[in-house]
Design a protein around this ligand. Structure first.
Ligand code: G6P
Length: 367
């Protein structure tokens, strides 16, 4: 049967509203709610002894890989390499014996992913695909397939598949951390509990679309928009910028906040909105001080933070949106939602073709 838009204006709007359900459904595949432990996934390698892991994907899926790299490294103490599939396929990198690779893709059909898989397979790596389509080519070509439970995604720009992918990767990071002795059962339970609360927080965020619409009105006439963050939120800043470019055709860049002074700061004046993902936590002060530098040059700061971060940011930011305070581990999943909503509302205000942006395809099956 054909999939309809229901009461929504666009598939993207409908799919944004599916974030809570999709994150919940995906987590239920991996976490045992009774024990709060991640069920041991069937894998072609032993995470306890894995020497090195490759992560690869394209577009938003690549940004999921980038986020997961922070999780696998900090939580599981696992060395990770991460690259876009179009580069990886030609890089011919030295591969560690016994290593493994995980490819993330909504469609499971992206040509560059398939080529990169072939290269890594010939280098003796075991292959895991994280896909949303069980009968896809990538699922067939990998040793193991881990499913996202996002359901069909129609909008060209990925939304719910993105948070479903993050949810799978977060579960794996916890599981690998446990297998490698980097965390104990109590820490595992604490982290999965934080994950299991995400759907509820996500639902609340989706209710705050009036606030996001006001932010959208604020940036819709900008020529350039800068997205800044640090740590595991840096890939989400890139996701925000990617979505804004794709949907509204406004030039946007996602930058590591600390790297701003090595280039983008030259662009900043009062016409450049600077969107910051800056929740309280270990990197808060560092990011806040970068934002203050941008504000001192006239930049209009729009900050996403939580109740603990808000007071300090209100001193110089032109707008502060307060998100629920969550464990820093799950903050990337939560922050993905308002940046995607923002891009959606800017596109609606600009009257662009939200579900089918010009020149873009849902699945890029040719090189
Ligand atoms: C296209 C889509 C993106 C998607 C990317 C990767 O560019 O517009 O939304 O992130 O392809 O697609 P995949 O199916 O491999 O996740």
């Amino acid at each position: 049967a054909a999939i309809g838009k229901g009461n929504y204006r666009h598939f993207m709007e409908k799919e944004l509203h599916e974030h809570p359900a999709v994150i919940g459904d995906t987590l239920r595949q991996y976490v045992d709610p009774a024990t709060r432990a991640v069920a041991r996934p069937a894998l072609p390698f032993d995470p306890a002894t894995l020497p090195r892991l490759w992560l690869s994907g394209c577009g938003s899926a690549f940004l999921v890989c980038n986020t997961a790299r922070y999780w696998f490294e900090t939580l599981a103490r696992l060395p990770v390499d991460c690259d876009v599939a179009s580069e990886l396929r030609y890089r011919d990198p030295p591969l560690t014996e016994g290593g493994a690779a995980m490819f993330v893709s909504q469609s499971g059909e992206t040509a560059d992913n398939l080529a990169a898989m072939k290269l890594l397979r010939s280098g003796g790596q075991s292959l895991v695909s994280v896909v949303n389509v069980p009968e896809s080519t990538m699922a067939r070509e990998s040793d193991t397939t881990l499913m996202t439970v996002a359901g069909p995604e129609i909008s060209v720009a990925s939304t719910k598949a993105f948070t479903a992918q993050l949810s799978v990767m977060a579960c794996l990071a916890i599981n690998f951390a446990r297998a490698r002795g980097a965390i104990d059962a109590a820490e595992e339970a604490r982290l999965t509990a934080a994950l299991l609360e995400v759907p509820e927080h996500a639902a609340r965020l989706l209710d705050s679309s009036t606030e996001i619409e006001a932010l959208a009105a604020d940036i819709k006439d900008a020529r350039d928009v800068l997205y800044l963050a640090r740590g595991s939120l840096f890939p989400i800043a890139m996701e925000g910028a990617l979505k804004l470019k794709e949907l509204s055709y406004i030039h946007a860049e996602g930058y590591a906040a600390g790297e701003m002074k090595h280039g983008p700061i030259a662009l900043i004046d009062s016409s450049v909105p600077v969107i910051a993902l800056c929740p309280s936590g270990p990197l808060f002060e560092k990011t806040a001080s970068n934002l203050q530098e941008a504000a001192a040059r006239g930049g209009r700061i729009i900050a996403f933070t939580d109740e603990d971060g808000a007071p300090a940011l209100r001193r110089f930011a032109s707008r502060v949106m307060v998100l629920p305070k969550v464990d820093p581990f799950v903050a990337p999943i939560l922050h993905a939602i308002p940046v995607q909503m923002l891009a959606y509302h800017v596109a609606v205000l600009k009257g662009t073709d939200v579900d089918q942006p010009r020149n873009l395809a849902k699945a890029v099956t040719v090189e």
